[in-house]
Design a protein. Structure first.
Length: 63
């Protein structure tokens, strides 16, 4: 279980448009957000999936 105030990766359930706390929409592919009671409620309602495993940035060649 993710701890509050820690980064988590959130993905919406298929077919749902979920608003982030700032009013923008969560991308279909998911996004890294700070875990809060807002996201805990979305997960409890079955609207999103939360994971502690954050995506890694792809390494760029020649950098």
């Amino acid at each position: 279980m993710a701890k509050l105030h820690q980064p988590v990766f959130v993905t919406p359930k298929s077919g749902l448009k979920i608003r982030k706390e700032n009013g923008t929409y969560l991308p279909e592919g998911g996004d890294t957000v700070i875990h809060s009671t807002y996201w805990a409620r979305r997960e409890k309602d079955g609207d999103v999936t939360l994971t502690d495993k954050l995506p890694t940035e792809p390494k760029t060649k020649g950098a």
